[in-house]
Ligand binder design. Sequence first.
Ligand SMILES: *Cc1c(COP(=O)(O)O)cnc(C)c1O
Length: 366
Amino acid sequence: MIDPLVPAHIEGVVPYQPGKPIEELERELGIKGAIKLSSNENPLGVSPRALKAATDALRGVNRYPDGGGFALRAKIARKYGVTSDEIVLGNGSVDLIDLIVRTFVGPQEEGLIAEHSFLSYSWSFKVADRAFQEIPRKDYRYDLEAMARAITPRTKVIFLANPDNPTGTYVTREELDAFVKKLPSRVILVLDEAYREFVRAEDCPDGLSYRDRVPRLILLRTFAKAHGLAGLRIGYAICSPGEIASYLNRTRLPFNANLVAQSAALAALDDDDFVQRSRQYAAEALATLEEGLRRLEIGFLPSQTNFLFVDVGRDTTEVFQALLREGVIVRPLKAYGYPQHLRISIGLPEENQRLLGALAKVLGKG
Ligand SMILES: *Cc1c(COP(=O)(O)O)cnc(C)c1O
């Protein structure tokens, strides 16, 4: 028997599988002009103000960034009417998800998430060797009543993405109100609001409004989606008053928010026009995709995000490969536990048309 190289819990870890990069597909197929609709990125590009700030900031990268992120935290705090010491920056919000698990969940404690959630949650629990419960959904939506019933004295952190990835569904204000009433004050509730800027439904609650009711609340927001800064890796947590943020600041890696990202994010916060355009465009593009899918008689769920959860009615392995051969990258959701579904992000108008044409061809519907 050879000594194992890693502990047993690491042996079982499956790497987080990101959307296939365009360059990789083009290299593999020897093609040009592939399109990527697999990672919920912003098809309109980068906030122009952020781009200028990032370019300017590059000149200063011989220096370490401000490790405390003073200016950015202050600006985020002002935007939301909270204090700077309640804000924690991350190398994308996935960094903060990981940090929350590592910081707050002890060996005798456990996490609580919905089944088929954003893969980062379960990944972080597994890497940290922490237990977690996954609660089945109801009609693809979070079953908050079942999740509340599943809370045990061991439950320490609950992750809810609202709106949800990969389904694009959301929990309503009424549902979340009822849920937080049943939440023991010991439990940390993490509301991951990566798609907040795209929300149109009036009854989809803003996590900020729970700060006065949930003593241990962490809201996660990101610059990756509506601000178009996915590649720079910058997100933030808005923590309840008290000690939550200070613990996260003890355990995060030094300089986890890089210098260029901090500068770009500062400028992005001033670019309301870009966020507004992104939000408006996402709604239009979703409507186009929905109409096209309806015409092809392909099922999908209504979405509050910049992507659609699409039911192709058969195993997606072949469909995904066939779409790749058409130069179209989408996200098969088998790893999320949905073998018949694809997640398709909005693209530019011509990309959306190309996706619809490719789907029609691949599924034999045109
Ligand atoms: C995209 C996304 C994020 C953001 O991740 P970053 O690390 O900030 O790029 C977080 N949560 C969910 C549910 C997402 O879909």
